[in-house]
Design a protein around this ligand. Structure first.
Ligand SMILES: Cc1cc2nc3c(=O)[nH]c(=O)nc-3n(C[C@H](O)[C@H](O)[C@H](O)COP(=O)(O)OP(=O)(O)OC[C@H]3O[C@@H](n4cnc5c(N)ncnc54)[C@H](O)[C@@H]3O)c2cc1C
Length: 605
């Protein structure tokens, strides 16, 4: 069986059955779309991903990218498929029409993205990274900047990047040293070096537009003095044609653990000539502008983790159905009994169901947050939009971190299901595991996401945003309690949600006390327990929908699928959620050993 990348039946379940996609399509902003057109788009994207994009994934990994005379050459097979995707406008589905995109319903845009990311994230990123940069220009740019750059970027004629990181400024962006000096014509000349820049240079686009963070001469130190500049690889003439080559050069590329097809570049600005940049938005307000893009990128990174996990799970599942090894446990003493596919072994089944529970839970959570994002944009009133904006903000670090960390765990478990074969390059699961690891590092590491969640997010609007989230869990619990087969599971999710409130109050208070360092030493486990509780909630919610559908499914054609939902929830809630509650207990114990241990006490001296 060919790699199927993502479970179409499951995606349809989430979009149309769990989140009532047809209701969402009634919004006037989506009037050009109906269920049929959406399904057709997804079918076409799936075909393209499986037949054209996926075959480039291993090429990209083995061939990698090469820097030759300042130009980065991407893997040879990327060129034709990039053109196919560009011509089909698969990179700008969710971009507004005003910006040259197709304004597709977010659920459909994201499900196509799930397929493309699972097929070859590295290739897809060359196509789609310009969108987020273009959106920043749309929000903060001048009329001239919008006219010059946006449509070329959203059509992938020109690429886009984001240049924050420097060798001394990674998690602490405020430490950056790239400087900008004003020119007489209102532009700026930039000098500095940025490292680890994704797609900083490549041969797939005519031009690349770099949003660059830098400090204008004399600006305050730290984040308060950061501005953002548009720095084109080729300057753009007033008529839109390409002008002089700007002095922003790729001076090195990284050899990495994974995503070998993606160019990770050192970019040197203004070392040999003039690197011209144009201020985007107001001086010293660059971080606010860049955060707009970062939040977009953090959602996309969560999706990346989930897409890899889904693809790796399906590969492992397929392998487990085919690999014959060992006798069924019931024939333990019968040496003449036939060998069986490994999916018959209890431990392999446990492993597969664990992977499935995370993949299903993560997919539902991602679409749930997407729905909130839609309400933030399309809400009727300012208050409604602002409320959903805050709710979206609460969930962004969880999407970014939990999906990337658990996504990677699932990829590792997929290798385990394959046994020795999974550790070899004969099968793609080892590549998924290598490629996935970066997701919990870039766009802000786990530590940074967890700090954001604890320090800024749980207290938003005096805790009422967090309270709303708990209220949403309680609504699902109440629905599930009405169903005989779910009422016990509902009770367990309710208990976990109540415990989570207790832990949140405890860690929140500790973070504001003299023991604040201890609180932050528990911030990553805290974020993880929030994510685990959300998984349990999402799987319970799926089961509520599945129970209703089972009752209505008179033709019994989807019985296995729906019953599978209930078994998945049962597995997670009975066997994984208790560990999460144990972790909550551990956080409540306020253990300060990690803070108290002497630096020398760590050993290794
Ligand atoms: C493949 C790849 C692609 C990338 N693409 C881009 C890109 O396109 N553009 C771009 O600008 N950057 C990019 N990056 C950079 C990436 O965003 C940074 O690597 C990341 O933010 C971490 O910074 P750092 O590597 O300097 O690690 P450090 O900041 O040195 O962090 C090291 C460790 O210390 C922890 N830590 C640091 N500070 C704190 C703190 N205050 N509290 C708690 N823990 C802390 C971190 O969590 C981490 O575990 C990319 C990196 C890679 C590897």
């Amino acid at each position: 069986m060919a790699q199927i990348l993502a479970d179409r039946r499951d995606i349809d379940f989430v979009i149309w059955e769990q989140f009532n996609g047809e209701e969402l399509l009634k919004h006037k902003a989506l009037s050009g779309y109906n269920r049929k057109t959406c399904e057709l788009m997804l079918t076409e994207a799936r075909k393209l991903a499986i037949n054209e994009v996926y075959p480039t994934m291993t090429d990209g990994d083995r061939e990698g990218v090469h820097l030759e005379n300042g130009v980065v050459k991407v893997p040879a097979s990327y060129h034709r498929v990039f053109q196919l995707m560009k011509e089909g406008e698969w990179g700008n589905l969710m971009v507004s029409e005003e910006m040259g995109g197709q304004a597709a319903p977010p659920h459909i845009g994201l499900s196509t993205a799930e397929y493309f990311m699972a097929a070859n994230w590295s290739l897809y990123s060359y196509l789609s990274m310009g969108n987020a940069a273009a959106e920043m220009i749309q929000l903060y740019g001048t009329a001239e900047q919008k006219e010059k750059y946006i449509k070329k970027m959203t059509s992938a004629t020109w690429g886009g990047t984001m240049l924050l990181t420097e060798s001394g400024a990674g998690s602490d962006v405020g430490a950056l040293t790239t400087t900008a000096v004003g020119n007489d014509d209102g532009s700026f000349s930039l000098t500095g070096e940025k490292i680890f820049i994704t797609n900083g240079e490549h041969d797939l686009a005519e031009n690349i537009i770099h949003p660059v963070l830098a400090r204008i001469e004399g600006a305050p130190a730290g984040t308060k003095g950061i501005s953002i500049f548009i720095v084109p690889k080729f300057l753009v003439n007033d008529d839109g044609s390409l002008g002089e080559r700007n002095d922003i050069q790729c001076t090195g590329i990284e050899e990495k653990m994974g995503i070998h097809g993606s160019a990770t570049c050192t970019m040197t600005l203004g070392a040999k000539g003039k690197c011209v940049g144009y201020l985007l938005g107001e001086a010293n307000k660059g971080l606010k502008v860049m955060f707009h893009m970062m939040n977009h990128a953090r959602m996309a990174t969560g999706l990346q983790g989930m897409a890899y996990a889904s693809a790796a799970y399906l590969l492992a599942l397929n392998y487990a159905r085919q690999r014959i090894q060992g006798r069924d446990l019931k024939d333990f003493f019968d040496h003449s009994a036939p060998a069986v596919p490994i999916i018959k072994h209890p431990d392999v089944r446990r492993n597969l169901l664990k992977m499935k529970s995370y993949v299903d839970g993560m997919r539902s959570f991602f679409y749930y947050v997407t729905t909130i994002g839609m309400k933030e944009k399309l809400g009727e009133t300012e208050e409604d939009r602002s409320f959903h904006g805050d709710l979206f903000g609460l969930f962004t670090p969880i999407i970014k971190d939990y999906l990337s960390v658990k996504g990677h765990d699932v990829c590792i478990q997929a290798i385990q299901v394959y046994g020795g074969a999974g550790y070899t390059q004969d099968y793609p699961v080892e590549q998924y595991a290598r490629d996935c690891k970066i997701a919990s590092i870039y766009e802000g590491t786990s530590g940074i996401q967890a700090m954001d969640f604890l320090a800024r997010k749980i207290g938003m609007r005096k805790g009422t945003i967090f309270g709303h989230f708990i209220g949403e869990i309680q609504k699902t619990v109440a629905e599930a309690k009405k169903m005989e087969e779910l009422s016990d599971l509902a009770g367990k999710v309710e208990a976990a949600a109540n415990k989570l409130v207790e832990v949140t109050m405890h860690i929140g208070k500790t973070a504001m006390s003299l023991e604040y360092k201890t609180a932050f030493a528990h911030s990553v486990p805290f974020l993880e327990t929030v994510g685990d509780t959300i998984m349990a909630w999402m799987l319970l919610w799926r089961s509520v929908v599945a129970c209703r559908q089972l009752a209505a499914d008179t033709k019994k054609k989807d019985t296995a699928f729906y019953k599978g939902q209930i078994k998945t929830a049962e597995f997670f809630i009975r066997t994984i959620l208790p560990s999460a509650i144990g972790n909550m207990e551990a956080i409540m114990s306020t253990c300060s050993a990690a803070i108290e241990i002497d630096d020398d006490g760590f050993g290794g001296l």
